[in-house]
Design a protein around this ligand. Structure first.
Ligand code: PXG
Length: 288
């Protein structure tokens, strides 16, 4: 396997970062998770824009243009003879001294990994997933904006640990006001009385690329949608529920906190979203 490091492809065994890299020492860095479908990189520009915004928010100057990053990503996919898979783009603050200051970190490090992806089992898409709400709250946006896709995922990891201890694969995280923010690695959507509702980024949700795609699909299906605060009650009584994420794509949820959603089976509108999503993934992309 070839890994892209800074300005070239290297063998996996040579792809190494310094133990003084602030990405390792402090989670000081940003990343993107991107999908490759049949030789087409899905929504690459949107991912690179989000990376640029994350970089700006944490004051990490990116020395690579969008065109250079695009070429490096395509080159990595081609070198690994990948047609379908997952691309992980990571930018760390780079090597510095043993202190929080970013002043000595002069060279941000770029890492691009392109590999096969471990998908959720097909059964989850057919029969739906059962999830719970966990006690760990999503970070307050004034402490660490959840819109920044940073290397600091401990908040989400703690929630994931809680979910897995209880035998679940995903979990709903509330914000510090008790409203639904998102799941540990996916955005949340409710369908209720003919309307699609999802928490706003200000409620603690990442501006998911798949989330934006789901909103585009809603427009195509003529389904009205809004961003609104959702309580656990709104989730429990929803007609349908689904999650969106680059890895999960669109996944139907059939139970939350031991309450069946709708009739406890994936809903008919969710099925339309899944079909529409699969129809566009190879059309809306950058050819490698
Ligand atoms: N919320 C969070 C907190 C995420 O990390 C999403 C929503 C969905 O966003 P996209 O742009 O992918 O539609 C994410 C992204 C994993 C994993 O291993 C998941 C994500 C990122 C990296 C790894 O499950 N999800």
């Amino acid at each position: 396997m070839k890994i892209y490091m800074n300005d070239r492809l290297v063998d996996r065994k040579d792809a190494k970062v310094s133990v003084f890299d602030h990405g390792l020492l402090y989670g000081d860095g940003i990343f993107e998770g991107i999908r490759l479908y049949d030789g087409c990189i899905f929504k690459l520009d949107a991912h690179l824009e989000r990376l640029e915004f994350s970089a700006k928010a944490i004051m990490l100057p990116l020395p690579w243009s969008r065109a250079a990053l695009t070429e490096a990503i395509c080159e990595t996919c081609r070198a690994n003879k990948l047609k379908d898979g997952y691309i992980r783009l990571v930018v760390t603050r780079g090597e510095g001294s043993l202190g929080l200051s970013i002043k000595n970190c002069e060279e941000p490090q770029l890492i691009i990994i392109a590999d096969k992806i471990q998908l959720y089992p097909e059964e989850f898409y057919k029969n739906g997933l059962k999830i719970i709400t966990v006690p760990t709250r999503r970070c307050n946006p004034s402490a660490l904006p959840p819109a920044v896709k940073s290397l600091n995922y401990l908040n989400n990891i703690l929630a994931k640990i809680e979910a897995q201890h209880l035998g679940y694969h995903e979990a709903i995280m509330l914000n510090d006001q008790g409203y639904v923010a998102e799941c540990t690695g996916d955005n949340v959507f409710v369908i209720h009385k003919g309307k699609l509702i999802t928490p706003a980024a200000s409620a603690g949700a990442l501006k998911g690329i798949t989330r934006a795609t789901a909103l585009e699909i809603a427009d195509k299906l003529n389904l009205p949608w809004e961003e609104a605060n959702l309580t656990r009650y709104d989730i429990w009584v929803a007609n349908e529920l689904f999650l969106t994420g680059t890895a999960a794509e669109i996944i139907p949820i059939v139970e939350v906190d031991a309450r069946p959603i709708g009739d406890g089976k994936p809903g008919p509108i969710t099925a339309k979203f899944l079909a529409a999503f699969h129809a566009i993934v190879t059309k809306d992309g950058t050819l490698i």
